[in-house]
Design a protein around this ligand. Structure first.
Ligand SMILES: NC(=O)c1ccc[n+]([C@@H]2O[C@H](COP(=O)([O-])OP(=O)(O)OC[C@H]3O[C@@H](n4cnc5c(N)ncnc54)[C@H](OP(=O)(O)O)[C@@H]3O)[C@@H](O)[C@H]2O)c1
Length: 266
């Protein structure tokens, strides 16, 4: 497959670096167009045999599939400008909030379009990529995209209407999580632990908890199992409920979701 990447920023570079083995095992040819020379240099350092293209026209003429790693606000304008060059190509969008239909309507019917939503955990091979069920890829291209993202973590297909909320849970929630562990570590620091020790304890506990939850233990069962009668954990849990952690999570998810919807309208 000849795969091109437009914009070598945080997310697209994370995908490209994490999928290096996949690219070599599938004999993929890689092309990158990114406006700044600093990002182009990074791509050359990161990826063996990548061909850096001078402009979009060259990139489009070389590739079968083109992954756009640009900001959502500029995505539709960029597609519109290059619509002629993209005819009969397959376009992979990772842009937050942009529906498959809006992309397809700019490009027309003779372009294959797929909307995927990866996350930065791809960098450590633990990505979660959502793929919209509303796509127009050929079977061969769909298999390639699915295998590419499966090589850097998990892949889940979702109906288009659930992609925005799914993106918040699989994308933004990692950042929410950093606030949670940081607050725990600070609370340990307050009571005498060194910050690095407190962070290590919190993270190791989380790692174990997450594995148990991923293995299928229900969160409420695990919570009860961790809480002894009249013990320490139940006191902490009551304090969490009183101070409204659950409500804060709902607010955070709703705010991110609303922004996702706003972006799709810009
Ligand atoms: N970051 C995440 O966690 C994440 C997760 C899921 C999805 N996404 C999606 O990924 C996309 C990129 O986000 P990001 O965080 O990676 O942003 P980013 O780091 O700012 O990267 C944006 C890239 O766009 C390039 N660019 C700017 N103008 C361009 C143009 N006219 N033509 C071609 N390329 C151009 C930039 O090139 P230069 O570097 O050369 O200036 C830059 O490499 C967004 O649509 C976002 O919704 C991001």
């Amino acid at each position: 497959m000849k795969l091109a990447i437009v914009g070598y920023g945080k997310m697209s570079s994370a995908i490209a670096k994490a999928a290096k083995e996949f690219f070599s095992s599938t004999d993929s040819q890689l092309f990158v167009y990114t406006p700044s020379s600093s990002s182009a240099d990074r791509a050359k350092e990161d990826l063996a045999h990548v061909q850096i293209c001078e402009d979009m026209e060259t990139l489009c003429s070389q590739a079968d599939m083109i992954l756009f790693g640009v900001k959502p606000q500029m995505m539709l304008g960029l597609l519109d400008t290059h619509a002629q060059n993209l005819k009969r190509k397959a376009v992979i969008s990772i842009a937050a909030g942009l529906t498959s239909r809006s992309i397809q309507s700019v490009l027309g019917e003779d372009v294959e379009v797929i909307r995927v939503m990866p996350n930065l955990a791809a960098l450590v091979g633990k990505g979660m990529t959502l793929i919209s069920e509303e796509h127009t890829l050929s079977d061969e291209h769909l298999a390639y995209v699915t295998d590419l993202f499966a090589s850097i973590g998990r892949v889940k297909f979702l109906p288009e209407g659930l992609m925005d909320i799914g993106s918040v849970l699989s994308g933004s929630s990692g950042a929410f999580y950093t606030v949670f562990v940081e607050a725990l570590a600070e609370a340990g620091l307050r009571r005498g632990l060194k910050y690095e020790d407190a962070l290590e304890l919190a993270l190791q506990n989380h790692a174990g908890t997450i594995i148990q939850l991923q293995e299928g233990i229900d969160p409420s069962t695990l919570r009860v199992d961790t809480s002894s009668p009249s013990g320490t954990t139940i006191e902490g849990l009551i304090a969490l409920e009183k101070t409204g952690l659950r409500r804060a999570m709902h607010e955070a998810v709703e705010a991110s979701f609303r922004r996702c919807v706003e972006l799709s309208k810009q």
